[in-house]
Design a protein around this ligand. Structure first.
Ligand SMILES: Cc1cc2nc3c(=O)[nH]c(=O)nc-3n(C[C@H](O)[C@H](O)[C@H](O)COP(=O)(O)OP(=O)(O)OC[C@H]3O[C@@H](n4cnc5c(N)ncnc54)[C@H](O)[C@@H]3O)c2cc1C
Length: 405
């Protein structure tokens, strides 16, 4: 995907940028958009080590609030299903559809919005090596040069080999949401285009907690993912075999019955580790590197939008501390859920089935997107089995007390 010409480096390099954003992914581009929306006119520099933007992921999230990018969603499902323990629970909500935004559409939309302003430069192919706070700004050193900026936003994500992630793994409860998805077209209509499958636990659980995720674009086309919620996951070849089994078992599709147009691989760390949001007076950390992934679900996109919007407002004098956009009360339940996923994975398919069956769709979506009311929370907690959660909560409390000693 080409970079709009207006964003290419041009003219003399400014002696100092107002803002430097390290990483042109979801958080970096979103923050840039929100800063511009707030009227920022100082020069903004975005640096990324990738050479080009690619259609490298598919974002899904519930449409509980407007985001600048939701209009580009390629698909909206009002019904979604969870399959576990021999039953299928299908929920329908006209109020909160589940949206799907392709990586290509997000990058194109964000770059288009940003390029409408003439104060942004994007430099691709530059690996950021360091960002050091000096008296008069932050010195950012890359593989190609160095830049001075008044404020820096580190949005370099959390790749599996990152040192920050290794530290998070040592420091607390975590699991990895590892998945491989196939973008495929079947030779006959087999998918129900009106209902996406959020979690299908009817697959073999021998290698650890695993489910299939199906986003049907029409009767023939779908993104079908094989997802592990474990410490180690599985090699790509095992994912491909398991997907072939799933397509055969659920849809009767043999390997010659569909064409694969692309693959999507991801590892989303789910952890209760507290990532620093700020390093020094001028350096902010945003996106997954700032701990934006919800520990119990892996959903990140909406949280990134909320935080970046609030941060831009705060920096331009129109808002308070951005941390308050994520209500604290979800934290303890997230930690307990995460612990259950790690320590009692065999109980989780049944627990998800009870949670989905016992909670009406709108309160459930509000809970999953951290927008629930107290009565919503009470309904959801009422649907969950109490004993396993109490055991996990006790474990959390003991660990918490130990950390304080
Ligand atoms: C395949 C996939 C699918 C996902 N689907 C969903 C979903 O459906 N819903 C949801 O809510 N969340 C989803 N997520 C989780 C999350 O929303 C994404 O990971 C999101 O892209 C995180 O945004 P980010 O800006 O933190 O990181 P990224 O978008 O990964 O951006 C980081 C950027 O930093 C650059 N970078 C890294 N190191 C350097 C360096 N040293 N120098 C310069 N640049 C560097 C990278 O090239 C990259 O462009 C998904 C994640 C993946 C991987």
């Amino acid at each position: 995907m080409p970079l709009p010409g207006q964003l290419e480096p041009r003219g003399p390099e400014p002696g100092r940028y107002g803002y430097a954003i390290l990483g042109a992914g979801c958080a970096g581009l979103s923050l840039c958009h929100y800063l511009l929306e707030r009227g920022v006119e100082e020069p903004i520099l975005i640096l990324d080590r990738k050479g080009a933007f690619a259609d490298d992921r598919t974002w899904c999230f519930w449409d509980v609030e407007q985001t600048p990018f939701s209009g580009r969603a390629v698909r909206r499902w009002s019904s979604w299903a969870v399959r576990a323990e021999g039953r299928e629970i299908v929920h329908t909500s006209g109020r909160y559809p589940y949206l799907c935004l392709t990586g290509a559409d997000f990058y194109e939309d964000a770059l288009e919005k940003i390029s409408a302003h003439d104060n942004v430069t994007v430099r691709l192919g530059e690996d950021v090596r360091s960002a050091k706070e000096l008296d008069d700004g932050v010195l950012v050193v890359t593989s190609a040069g160095s830049y001075l900026a008044e404020n820096v936003f580190d949005a370099r994500g959390l790749p599996p080999d990152s040192t920050v992630l290794q530290e998070a793994r040592r420091g607390g409860t975590w699991i990895s949401q590892q998945f491989l998805g196939l973008r495929l077209r079947a030779n006959r209509p087999v998918f129900d285009p009106d209902t996406c499958t959020l979690m299908d636990f009817s697959v073999d659980q021998g290698r650890g907690l695993r489910f299939a995720y199906v986003l049907p674009f029409d009767g023939r086309e779908a993104l079908v993912e094989n997802v592990y919620l474990t410490e180690t996951g599985a090699p790509p070849e095992a994912h491909r075999h398991e997907l072939a089994d799933y397509l055969r078992g659920r849809y009767g599709l043999l390997e010659g019955d569909y064409e694969v147009h692309g693959e999507e691989w991801g590892e989303i760390p789910m952890t209760a580790h507290r990532f620093p949001r700020r390093i020094g007076a001028r350096t902010h950390v945003i996106g997954t590197l700032g701990g934006e992934t919800r520990p119990s679900t892996g959903y990140t996109f909406l949280r990134v939008q909320r935080y970046c919007r609030a941060l831009a407002a705060g920096l331009t004098g129109a808002g308070g501390a951005p941390e308050t956009v994520h209500p604290w009360r979800y934290g303890p339940l997230d930690r307990v859920f995460l612990r259950l996923l790690r320590e009692r994975p065999e109980s989780c398919p049944g627990i998800y089935a009870r949670m989905f069956a016992g909670t009406p769709p709108d309160p459930l979506v509000r809970f999953l997107t951290e927008r629930s009311t107290l009565p919503d929370d009470a309904r959801l907690i009422g649907a969950l089995p109490k004993l396993p959660f109490l055991r996990m909560a006790a474990g959390e409390a003991i660990d918490y007390a130990r950390e304080d000693l």
